[in-house]
Design a protein around this ligand. Structure first.
Ligand code: DC
Length: 213
């Protein structure tokens, strides 16, 4: 609310009664398979905001073998040093390399700086493991998405056409690896709204998140 009682409104912001300054960020964290990417992308579309897939940056840097890779997003495509790597960063080898790179504190610093630079202007939905702790600790809205381990593995297995048990085993190993070095993969950031997506439709989750904005 501004001093004279006039209430500012913003396009794409449902909660029109609250003055939000001149920009907004929704930071979405949570473990692999909780539905972060799908939800974050859909929320960004629903609100007409930009979407930052921070995991794609770790993947692109891992693919290129350097955290200093110039990474950009262009209409849903991921560009690394100008080259389209959208599909190339989704292989199991890159998944493993990205997890390793993400465990290096010095390399993380470089990527977090690049992520902060990207979201320094405009309205963003930021998705990651440290969106609300590392990239944008001052985000106006913080969301922590969870789902039961079985549900997370089931979704991934369906996506990748693989056995659920195998995916669940890998998922447990990845959670443990991603939960090191101060990265709050399994713990919500202070002030984050926790949403358990088990049994909820995508639309229901998107509505709950967008309603926080
Ligand atoms: O979300 P994803 O699977 O695309 O992430 C790839 C890797 O990067 C994964 O090991 C987790 C890590 N990561 C991270 O440490 N911090 C982020 N903000 C995003 C991803």
């Amino acid at each position: 609310m501004v001093a004279n009682g006039w209430v500012a409104t913003r396009p794409g912001c449902r909660n029109r009664g609250v003055y939000r300054g001149n920009r907004m960020r929704i930071a979405i964290d949570g473990p692999a398979g909780a539905g972060k990417s799908t939800v974050a992308r859909a929320v960004a579309d629903a609100l007409g905001w930009e979407y930052l897939d921070s995991g794609a940056m770790y993947r692109a840097a891992a693919l290129n073998g350097s955290e200093h890779t110039d990474i950009r997003f262009d209409g849903g495509r991921v560009l690394a040093d100008g080259e389209d790597v959208t599909e190339a960063i989704r292989t199991p080898a890159v998944t493993a390399a990205a997890s390793q790179l993400a465990g290096d504190p010095e390399k993380r610093k470089v990527l977090i700086a690049a992520q902060r630079a990207l979201v320094s202007q405009g309205d963003w939905v930021i998705e990651g493991r440290d969106a609300a702790t590392g990239i944008a600790p001052d985000a106006e809205v913080k969301v922590f998405l969870t789902a039961s381990p079985q549900e997370r593995a089931r979704r991934r297995a369906a996506q990748e056409g693989r056995p659920v048990e195998e995916v669940q085993r890998e998922q447990a190993a990845r959670d443990a690896a991603d939960d090191t070095l101060g990265r709050s993969v399994l713990t919500p950031a202070p002030g984050a709204v926790e949403i358990d997506t088990t049994g909820l439709s995508l639309d229901e989750v998107v509505r709950r998140v967008a309603d926080l904005a």
